[in-house]
Design a protein around this ligand. Structure first.
Ligand code: ATP
Length: 221
């Protein structure tokens, strides 16, 4: 399999952490920022680090941006720059563009210009933390689709402790599939249906949003 190559435009905390993750995963990464100090911070990390204003179409062409498998536009505050760079990168023929949006209007414009994925990191992290605050037993939560969720939920109800998933008839009674059980530091990814649940075990479940919420509320009672 050939290595995927990525270009990241904008080296704030968002673009920078994407770069580090991709490099750690063995990818080739070009980073571009107009701020020299930020580019210098990534000289030893990225495959190639370039000081440039990405709003300059000649620069994007000279860097061969259209040959990248995936371009991430990680410019946040300068909405005009983010919009213009997204437009140019799509016009130059990049197949997959991920762009960071500051707000809903910005997101709509980026989508109209052809961004393949628009992300709202601050909003999404806020939602995630808010959910954690609302339910003390919901340890983590992930959207697979608007309706289907994966959640890690701590078992606190006496009625469940000491019983196994099969005794509880878990799938039928809670309409959730258990994909893993965490007990202290150990994670069992194919949990035995006959094993008794213990206090503070947590279950990684997948199911419809309403069923995940119902189960989580039951644990909060
Ligand atoms: P973060 O929230 O990710 O920490 P930030 O708040 O530091 O980001 P942003 O305004 O979101 O800053 O910009 C991210 C980076 O994008 C900055 O390092 C900035 O220099 C860079 N940047 C902004 N406009 C351009 C541009 N036209 N060309 C290249 N880089 C740019």
């Amino acid at each position: 399999m050939t290595k995927q190559n990525y270009a990241i435009i904008g080296l704030g905390r968002f673009g920078g952490s994407i770069c580090q993750t991709l490099i750690a995963g063995g990818a080739e990464v070009l980073v571009i920022d107009k701020d020299e100090a930020r580019v210098n911070d990534y000289k030893e990390i990225a495959t190639q680090a370039v000081i440039a204003d990405a709003q300059d179409e000649h620069t994007l062409k000279a860097l061969g941006i259209r040959n990248f498998d995936h371009v991430v536009i990680a410019i946040g505050e300068d909405i005009q720059a983010s919009i213009l760079v997204t437009l140019m990168v799509k016009e130059l023929g990049v197949k997959y563009v991920t762009a960071k949006a500051q707000n809903e209007y910005h997101a709509r414009v980026l989508t109209k210009l052809g961004a393949d994925k628009v992300v709202h990191p601050e909003r999404d992290m806020g939602i995630r933390i808010g959910r954690n605050l609302l339910s003390k037993n919901m340890l983590d939560y992930l959207d697979l689709s608007p309706e289907i969720k994966v959640a890690e939920i701590k078992i606190t109800q006496k009625t469940l402790i000491g019983k196994s998933l099969s005794e509880l008839n878990f799938r039928k009674n809670f309409a959730l599939n258990v994909i893993a059980v965490r007990r202290k530091e150990e994670v069992e990814i194919s949990p035995a249906p006959s094993e008794a649940l213990k206090l503070n075990d947590s279950l990684l479940v997948v199911g419809y949003k309403k069923d995940v919420e119902r189960f989580s509320q039951l644990m909060d009672r």
